[in-house]
Design a protein around this ligand. Structure first.
Ligand code: SF4
Length: 267
């Protein structure tokens, strides 16, 4: 399982596909939510911890403290960044000293903010740069969703892959602690948060531990019942890999599960 945490909505970029509606204004997660996240870590170590923003490295002091604490429970930490820290040598040195995986996004939306100097820095860095070339479909969700929805993009669903497609997404069970303290299912494909898996329920440790039988069934029920005009509905209806009909779930035209099992499931 991957447990992620969104630490800030502050960003020095303003990508059109931004999922989190980032802005240049100061933003950092509340202590109470952070503590909740650490309590979850203490209880059960995930395979990986992801830290996302906004641009996390606008808050390097806080990130250093967080990483030191997370490393007591989990050795594999991935920080998602736009890479702009590379332009500042001191900051760059501090990021390097974290000894975590740095994942830099490279796609047509992020590139709108790149300078030539930045490109040089990026090319000479040895970080994990996740590139999507222009021909690849890049789903503009977030603030760009309205602009692009007529294109009817299709995409894969990691909600289902968590159970049926481990080959492709070994860590498809992704949960994200959002800044409001909700714990959301996080789609591995679109890298977007889909739904608060606990709705009004309190986040309990038991729910985390029982995730295989509770999360999955609960979430499946959510997907099956989601309305097109809800956020989750919008996102899940973009799915090409899996199709959910009234009766069944299909992968590449092949039935992989009945929806019936999920319909009446009560958490
Ligand atoms: S770099 Fe990331 S957080 Fe910042 S605007 Fe772009 S997508 Fe949003």
């Amino acid at each position: 399982m991957v447990l992620g945490i969104m630490v800030s909505k502050q960003c020095n970029f303003h990508c059109r596909h931004c999922m989190v509606d980032s802005s240049h204004e100061y933003s950092w997660i509340e202590d109470a939510v952070l503590e909740k996240f650490f309590e979850m870590l203490e209880y059960g170590c995930p395979d990986e911890v992801y830290i996302l923003g906004g641009e996390p490295f606008l808050h390097i002091n806080e990130i250093e403290n967080m990483v030191a604490r997370i490393q007591r429970y989990c050795r594999k930490i991935v920080i998602f960044t736009n890479g702009s820290f590379l332009m500042n040598q001191k900051l760059s040195d501090r990021v390097k000293a974290l000894h975590v995986t740095i994942r830099i996004s490279d796609d047509r939306f992020h590139r709108e903010f790149w300078t030539n100097k930045f490109k040089e820095k990026l090319i000479s860095s040895d970080y994990w740069v996740v590139s999507k070339d222009a021909s690849e479909d890049m789903i503009p969700v977030g603030r760009a969703y309205e602009e692009f929805k007529h294109l009817k993009y299709n995409m894969g669903c990691s909600l289902l892959t968590g159970r049926y497609d481990k080959e492709f997404y070994p860590n498809a069970e992704r949960y994200m602690v959002m800044m409001d303290g909700s714990v959301n299912l996080y789609c591995a494909t679109i890298e977007g948060s889909l739904a608060n898996v606990f709705e009004d329920k309190k986040i309990t440790y038991d729910l985390l531990v029982e995730r295989e039988k509770i999360f999955h069934n609960y979430l499946m029920k959510e997907v099956i019942h989601c309305q097109e005009d809800t956020y989750m509905g919008k996102m899940c209806n973009l799915c090409s890999k899996y199709k959910i009909t009234e009766d069944a779930i299909f992968l590449n035209g092949k039935k992989v599960a009945d929806t019936q099992d999920y319909r009446n499931f009560e958490v």
